[in-house]
Design a protein. Structure first.
Length: 132
């Protein structure tokens, strides 16, 4: 049993990217689906597929690399809020990752969105992770 499924999600992507794998399979959940959609929309992964094969399903993610240098598109995935120490932020104090070059994934009352969208919608929430 995994006590922190979001950390498991981030670690699986981080490890597969470091190993140079083309795809990674991750057990599914609603928050992981939303985070995968954000990573795809922001251009950090090539593609994804939700497979409903068992009770919770599986997310198959195709990782993105630079064609010539084989450097991963995701250089760093960092967990911000964790079960022992939650990190909340208002819209005014929303963190900027690498001065706007990276993204922060935030869980708000309007769903899981990026830090830029949270500022535009003027909502705060729990900062889940930083991606750059």
């Amino acid at each position: 049993m995994n006590t922190d499924p979001i950390a498991d999600f981030l670690t699986r992507i981080r490890n597969a990217s470091a190993a140079g794998l083309k795809t990674v399979d991750i057990p599914g959940s609603n928050i992981k689906r939303a985070m995968t959609q954000i990573l795809f929309d922001q251009g950090y992964i090539l593609n994804y597929k939700f497979e409903e094969d068992n009770k919770q399903g599986t997310i198959k993610i195709a990782l993105k690399y630079n064609m010539s240098t084989r450097v991963p598109a995701i250089t760093k995935l960092q967990r911000a809020s964790r079960p022992g120490l939650r990190k909340y932020s208002s819209a005014e104090e929303m963190p900027r990752v690498l001065n706007g070059l990276g993204i922060a994934i935030v869980s708000t009352s309007r769903g899981v969105i990026t830090d830029k969208e949270a500022r535009q919608q003027n909502v705060g929430g729990e900062v889940i992770c930083y991606v750059y």
